[in-house]
Ligand binder design. Structure first.
Ligand code: T4K
Length: 382
C-alpha cells in the first residue's frame, strides 16, 4: 500500500534555516512578549498586505473574538453558515448573535440576501472568504455603508489573495487571518488581525496583552500574544510564500486537467482574482456520491476532508434560520489533498480514482435522486 496522503501537510522550512532563528532566540533569551521576531513578522506582513496595522496573535479564533470586542458588537451579526465553526463560535463566545445569510455561487455570503436579514439590532457583517475565494467585497461594503454596519472579514483561508489589485486584507474595518499549520502560510499556530483604523488598532494593541501592553493597565484584556518561536517559523515560511503558492497552483491545474467531469473542477483560474490555491473543493451531485468517492479514496490511503460540513446553522447548539444552498453544498462538498509537496503523479492518480467512482455512482444511482439533490451548483456559472 502506498504512503498515506492527507488533505494537507504544512510546508516546513529546512531545519538548518529555522535553527539560525532559534540560535538567536537562545542567545537573547527573549521567547515571548513582543520580541524582535514578532515585531519583524508584523512589519513584513504590513508590507506584504499593504496595510497600516498588523497584530500577530495566538490563533485566528482569538483574532475574530478580539475584532468583535474591539468593534463593540453585542447584538446581531450577519454571517455565513458555510464556514468552519470557529466563525460562529467567535460571535457566540462574545455574547453576540449570528444571523445566517445563505451563500452565492462562489460559496461566500450572498450580498443579495443580506438586506432582508437586517433588523434594528444588526450591528455588523462578518463575511468569510471561503476557500480563499473573495466575497463580493464591493456589494458587501456598499450595504455596510448604507446601514452603518461594521464589517469584519474572516480571511482565515485567504492569505496571499488579491482582488482589484489590492490585498484581500485591506477590505472592511478589520480582516482576520489564521496561520494554523493547515494553511498555505502558517506559523504552526497563530493568526493576524489587520486594520487600517488607528482607533481599532489601539484597542487591539491593549487587548492582546492583558490590557497592559506596557507598564500601565489600560483596559480589560486577554492573553492573545504569540511567541518568538512561532514568529520565527512564520518568517521562514513567509520568504517562501511565492514558491509555495506556485506549487499549489500547479496541483490545482493538474486536478483541473485530469478530473473528467466539469462540475468537479474548481474555479481558481476562472475567477478574476489572484488566488492562493488554498483548497481544492469538489461538489458532488449527492451526499451518497460524495461518500462513495471518499470511501474509494480512503481505500487507497488518500484522506480528503469534508470542509465544511455540516452547514453551521444546523448545529444543535446554534439553530439558525434555514439556508438551503449552504445546507445542500455542505452535504456534497469534499476537499481534495493539496499541499506544496504533493507529487503531480499522485494528483493524477487521485483524479482517476474520483473519475471512476463518479462514473460508477452515476451509473448505479436512481436518476431522480441525483437530480433532486444536485440542483444547486455554486461554481456552475463561473
Ligand atoms: N475561520 C475559518 C473560516 C477557519 O477555517 C478557521 C480555522 C478559523 C476561523 C480559526 O482559525 P484558527 O483559530 O484555527 O487559527 C483545521 C484547523 O485546525 C483550523 O485552523 C481550520 N480553520 C480548519 C478548517 O481546519 P482540522 O480539524 O482539519 O485539522 P487536522 O488536525 O485534522 O488536520 C488536517 C490534516 O492536516 C491532517 O489529516 C494531517 C495534516 N496535518 C495537520 C496538522 C495540524 C499535518 O500534517 N500536520 C499538522 O500539524 O482543523
Amino acid at each position: 500500500m502506498s504512503e498515506k496522503i492527507f488533505v494537507t501537510r504544512p510546508y516546513l522550512p529546512p531545519l538548518a534555516k529555522f535553527n539560525v532563528y532559534l540560535r538567536q532566540i537562545w542567545k537573547t533569551k527573549v521567547v515571548t512578549n513582543n520580541g524582535y521576531f514578532v515585531k519583524k513578522l508584523e512589519d513584513d506582513l504590513k508590507k506584504y498586505f499593504g496595510a497600516k496595522h498588523v497584530f500577530f496573535v495566538a490563533n485566528g479564533t482569538l483574532g475574530l473574538q478580539m475584532a468583535i470586542r474591539a468593534l463593540g458588537l453585542k447584538k446581531e451579526i450577519i454571517t455565513t453558515p458555510f464556514t468552519y465553526v470557529a466563525t460562529a463560535d467567535s460571535i457566540i463566545w462574545e455574547h453576540a448573535k449570528p444571523v445566517f445569510v445563505d451563500i452565492d455561487k462562489n460559496c461566500c455570503i450572498d450580498p443579495k440576501k443580506i438586506r432582508a436579514k437586517i433588523t434594528k439590532n444588526t450591528q455588523a457583517i462578518l463575511a468569510v472568504h471561503v476557500y480563499g475565494y473573495p466575497c463580493d467585497v464591493k456589494a458587501i461594503d456598499q450595504i455596510a455603508q448604507e446601514f452603518n454596519l461594521k464589517l469584519i472579514y474572516d480571511a482565515a483561508h485567504a492569505f496571499g489573495v488579491e482582488i482589484y489589485g489590492r490585498s484581500i486584507a485591506t477590505f472592511g474595518d478589520v480582516s482576520v487571518f489564521s496561520f494554523h499549520a493547515t494553511k498555505p502560510f502558517h506559523s504552526a499556530e497563530g493568526g493576524a488581525i489587520v486594520t487600517n483604523s488607528n482607533q481599532i488598532a489601539q484597542k487591539i494593541y491593549h487587548m492582546r496583552s492583558f490590557g497592559q501592553p506596557e507598564e500601565d493597565i489600560k483596559s480589560l484584556g486577554i492573553n492573545a500574544k504569540n511567541s518568538e518561536i512561532h514568529a520565527a517559523l512564520g518568517l521562514c515560511v513567509l520568504d517562501q510564500i511565492e514558491t509555495i503558492l506556485e506549487k499549489r497552483q500547479k496541483i490545482c491545474d493538474t486536478y483541473n486537467k485530469y478530473l473528467k467531469y466539469t462540475k468537479l473542477k474548481n474555479p481558481h483560474n476562472r475567477l478574476n482574482f489572484k488566488s492562493n490555491y488554498a483548497y481544492y473543493p469538489i461538489i458532488c451531485k449527492s451526499e451518497s456520491q460524495l461518500l462513495k468517492i471518499k470511501r474509494s479514496l480512503e481505500a487507497n490511503n488518500i484522506f480528503p476532508r469534508r470542509y465544511f460540513y455540516p452547514s453551521i446553522n444546523t448545529l444543535p447548539f446554534i439553530k439558525g434560520d434555514k439556508c438551503p444552498i449552504s445546507e445542500s453544498i455542505a452535504k456534497r462538498v469534499l476537499c481534495l489533498p493539496l499541499y506544496s509537496k504533493l507529487a503531480l503523479v499522485d494528483v493524477k492518480r487521485i483524479s482517476k480514482i474520483i473519475n471512476l467512482a463518479f462514473r460508477q455512482e452515476q451509473e448505479t444511482s436512481p436518476h431522480k435522486q441525483i437530480r433532486s439533490e444536485g440542483n444547486v451548483y455554486p461554481f456552475q456559472e463561473l
